[in-house]
Design a protein around this ligand. Structure first.
Ligand SMILES: [Fe+2]
Length: 293
């Protein structure tokens, strides 16, 4: 396990690809785990060796919260904006754009398919942490930075003394930025991405994929990552000029490959929600469907 002072990095299979994510552990009397979406055996090992007494969740998504239930006695907290979201899966469905893009019956089907362990983990979150306050866990100063864009309440934990920042879902994948729930925002995403570059830090740890990067590596990768937003704009604009309706645009594959869109309705929902955000931001409007004459 890679370690920066008292901060341990917990890895998962396939470079922490979804459905897993990377977690951090602060070796301290409080035994603080940051995010509980890592491979469960890796988390149980950490608990056995060091003890997990607190779980600080960066945001509510399942790949970051799913295994909290394995530690029923830990004090579990989330950011103050998303505490309300965790209270009911209906709130999660709303943030996931399911209510906006699917009918009630599809929504019920989704609610029935929610993994029980995720729901249980969210239900066990009993409080919040404060943004920008300096916490001390043992000797480790920790600041939970508010970095909206991916979700409204998304947090990046920053450790000023070690010069370490956990960038969570500012994860630099080739897919590009994900802001496809109703609580995601393109402009906020760009602002938060740039805010991370301004920190006095030289170790950037992503929640998925890349892993541990220097500031120079993170800066270069962030530029490339954010440029995916422009590419999406260009593609959408081209199709709008070709006269496509929204329904047609939603099937060409701006975010997800066509094959994925055909397989699973959740990706169709996120594709649609993401396209609406780009259209709105570019001031473009398209008819929903072709008019039948
Ligand atoms: Fe996420």
């Amino acid at each position: 396990m890679k370690r920066f002072g008292k901060i341990l990095v917990i890895e998962s299979p396939q470079n922490c690809k979804v459905p897993y994510s990377r977690s951090l552990y602060i070796d301290s009397p409080e035994g603080v785990l940051i995010d509980s979406g890592s491979e469960p055996n890796a988390l149980l090992e950490v608990d056995k060796e060091f003890g997990i007494g607190m779980i600080m969740n960066t945001h509510y998504h399942p790949d970051h919260t799913r295994y909290g239930y394995l530690f029923p006695n830990a004090d579990k907290r989330i950011n103050p904006i998303e505490f309300e979201t965790t209270i009911s899966m209906k709130n999660v469905a709303e943030e996931y754009a399911l209510l906006q893009e699917l009918g009630q019956s599809e929504l019920h089907k989704w609610l029935e398919s929610v993994p029980v362990e995720w729901e249980k983990s969210l239900r066990q979150i009993s409080g919040v942490y404060e943004y920008n306050k300096e916490y001390s866990f043992g000797e480790v100063k920790t600041i939970f930075l508010h970095t909206p864009g991916h979700t409204k309440g998304h947090t990046c934990p920053y450790f000023p003394d070690e010069g370490v920042v956990f960038t969570v879902d500012y994860e630099l994948s080739s897919f590009g930025p994900w802001y496809n729930g109703t609580d995601g925002d393109i402009d906020d995403f760009i602002k938060s991405g740039k805010k991370l570059l301004e920190l006095d830090a030289d170790i950037y740890i992503t929640g998925h994929h890349k892993g541990i990067l220097s500031k120079a590596e993170f800066t270069a990768a962030m530029e490339k990552y954010l440029s995916v937003i422009d590419k999406r704009d260009e593609k959408i604009e081209k199709y709008v000029q070709m006269g496509m309706t929204f329904e047609e645009l939603a099937t060409v594959g701006i975010f997800y490959p066509k094959r994925i869109l055909e397989q699973n309705s959740i990706y169709r929902v996120w594709e649609r929600c993401g396209i609406r955000k780009h259209l709105r931001r570019m001031g473009l409007s398209v008819p929903e469907k072709k008019e039948v004459i």
